[in-house]
Design a protein around this ligand. Structure first.
Ligand SMILES: CCCCCCCCCCCCC/C=C/[C@@H](O)[C@H](COP(=O)(O)O)NC(=O)CCCCCCCCCCCCCCC
Length: 211
């Protein structure tokens, strides 16, 4: 993996994560997150408490994928079926399976909604738009409701350290601003589709509130 972030690569990994019959490959789903983490790291140390959490969740899923039952973890769909069929998920309170694939992926899934909302704001923003406001509005509409007060406060502080819109567009490495906006327009439907497929699967299996 190259060390400079590119929005194009995020787009490609999320595109690869969708199978022909609309299942979601965990391998590419977490690769997409890995790209986003490297982007966040390039923005500074204030974000390291966030990236550490994402990295540990990526790691949990990677361990399942490369473990002896890895073949059940190829897609989100196969993981859900396997873990539920084998009672490997703590459904109502934390017990003997505190780090199931289902609950770990749910955390990333909720964050994917934040990403979608944030990128949509960024895409449609005007030159005087403030990334910190876009970020926190998107956060309040999504992830914030799942986070306790202390985390919300820490996240609020991190948002204040975000670079402005111009710098943000530049570090995405996707050409000039018009090109970034175009690429965002291309990426967003894909991210939204991956989100929706996962959401429907989790709704169907009553997994949206996993502890
Ligand atoms: C570039 C701006 C970065 C702003 C990131 C905004 C999202 C805020 C997420 C805050 C997470 C706080 C850290 C702790 C979280 C955990 O408590 C909590 C619960 O986990 P648990 O049930 O195992 O305890 N974890 C989570 O909710 C998962 C959080 C995942 C956050 C992912 C954020 C990735 C940001 C990627 C930035 C990419 C920018 C877009 C560029 C194209």
């Amino acid at each position: 993996m190259a060390d400079t972030f590119s929005l194009q690569r995020v787009l490609e990994t999320f595109r690869s994560s969708l199978s022909e019959n609309k299942e979601v490959y965990i391998k590419y789903y977490i690769a997409g997150w890995q790209e986003l983490v490297s982007f966040m790291n390039s923005l500074g140390n204030v974000f390291s408490f966030i990236s550490k959490d994402v990295v540990s969740k990526i790691q949990i899923l990677e361990n399942f994928l490369s473990g002896e039952n890895g073949s059940y973890y190829v897609t989100i769909q196969s993981m859900v079926k396997y873990e539920l069929d084998n009672d490997l998920v703590d459904l109502t309170k934390r017990g003997s399976h505190p780090e199931s694939g289902c609950r770990t992926l749910l955390r990333l899934h909720r964050a994917l909604l934040w990403l979608e909302l944030f990128l949509e704001r960024l895409r449609t923003s005007t030159e005087d738009g403030k990334t910190s406001v876009m970020c926190s509005d998107a956060y309040n509409e999504s992830l914030a409701q799942h986070h306790p007060w202390l985390i919300r406060k820490a996240v609020g502080v991190a948002f204040c350290a975000l670079p402005g819109r111009d710098t943000f567009f530049d570090v995405m490495n996707a050409g000039d601003h018009t090109q970034v906006v175009a690429l965002l327009g291309e990426s967003l439907p894909l991210i939204a589709e991956v989100y929706q497929i996962t959401e429907d699967l989790y709704v169907k299996n009553h997994l949206l509130e996993l502890p």
